[in-house]
Design a protein around this ligand. Structure first.
Ligand code: BGC
Ligand code: CA
Length: 347
């Protein structure tokens, strides 16, 4: 009996210690062997956003072997719903993700997400849709990756100015010395829509070029909506449209489609976009579009990756090249016209 009891005690001790080792191993496994990054997208079908996602996947594949940990990327589509996005963030938190990357559906609704992540102590990297500064200051483990919106506007203005001044005779259709324009805006309230819309006109004014607005409206970054808007404007203003400013390339491509399928227009206006998506580069090459400004999808994906890895390895984010105020990384743009498009079409 005595021996049995002793044996039993030893056995239970062994069991307890095995259990404890198991726990430790599991705990270590989670933080060391795998880094889980959850990414919620405002809309997966947005061309520019899907470029960022594809780049991020490639960057992880290329770099994973340099790290001790496996890297898991999980993309989810909020389909334009704040409610969906909130649920997706909850799921990432419940499943103990290490980092959550958020492409906000509504950039004014960041606070709820931040507060949830803060109580679970999971860092958040917002990207492409910038929370207001007050929200960014709610916690020291939130970051933002995006682009330098004012620069994109100024470069877009440069393209228009160069084109216009190269042959005012030709482009000033009504010979009044001013640019009659229409403006296709992205989503209302999106920092890139607001800033691009305002500063491309300001920049042209600064260059001494006068403009007259015929119409402007939001087409929510989408090509289909741009076709509808542009078709309406062609009916309304016909050949008086001298320049079409578009806050992004998808909408500029919609404009081209509307122009090509409408016989009321005698001469194509100057058309400019932002992003540098492949279809836009091809349209520049074929002369249907006059220029675009590259919004660096690769650079933004790389910044998401670098911040994620720094945060999960406990390295200071301040050391990452180009980080401002310890939490912002805003990538610069490049101007594309017929003069340099070949270089970028090759990539
Ligand atoms: C891009 C748009 C995109 C939007 C999505 C902007 O920075 O230029 O093409 O639709 O972000 O939030
Ligand atoms: Ca004119």
């Amino acid at each position: 009996m005595k021996i049995n009891k002793k044996f039993f005690n030893i056995l239970s001790l062994m069991l307890v210690s095995t259990f404890m080792v198991g726990c430790n191993n599991q705990g270590d496994f989670k933080s060391k062997d795998e880094i889980k990054i959850g990414i919620t997208l405002y809309r997966q079908d947005d061309v520019f956003i899907s470029n960022i996602s594809n780049n991020l996947e490639d960057i992880v594949k290329e770099n994973e072997s340099k790290y001790d940990s496996k890297i898991l990327l999980q993309f989810v589509d909020a389909k334009g719903s704040t409610l969906n996005q909130g649920n997706q963030v909850d799921k990432f938190i419940n499943q103990d993700y290490d980092i959550i990357c958020v492409n906000l559906v509504d950039r004014t609704a960041a606070a709820t997400i931040i507060d949830k992540a803060k109580s679970a102590d999971i860092p958040v990297i917002f990207f492409n849709r910038e929370p207001v500064e007050e929200d960014m200051n709610r916690w020291d483990k939130i970051y933002y990756v995006g682009s330098q919106a004012e620069q994109s506007a100024r470069l877009q203005a440069d393209i228009v100015a160069e084109k216009w001044l190269s042959n005012v005779e030709l482009y000033d259709k009504n010979k009044d010395g001013k640019i009659q324009y229409v403006m296709l805006e992205g989503e209302q309230g999106h920092q890139d829509s607001l800033i691009r819309t305002e500063y491309c006109i300001k920049a042209l004014n600064d260059k001494g070029i006068e403009l007259e607005k015929l119409a402007d409206d939001s087409a929510n970054w989408q090509s289909d909506q741009a076709i509808t808007k542009m078709s309406q404007w062609i009916k309304e203003f016909g050949d008086n449209i001298e320049v079409v400013f578009s806050n992004n390339d998808s909408m500029a491509l919609g404009t081209i489609h509307a122009i090509n399928s409408n016989s009321d227009l005698i001469r194509k206006p100057i058309i400019v976009g932002v992003d540098g998506i492949k279809e836009a580069l091809e349209a520049i090459k074929s002369g249907q579009m006059d220029g675009t400004v590259i919004n660096d999808a690769y650079g933004q994906a790389k910044a998401l990756f670098e911040i994620s890895m720094a945060v999960s390895n406990g390295d200071p984010v301040e050391n990452i090249n180009g980080i401002e105020k310890g939490k912002y990384k805003k990538l610069p743009h490049t101007k594309i016209t017929i003069d340099n498009v070949d270089e970028y079409l090759k990539e």
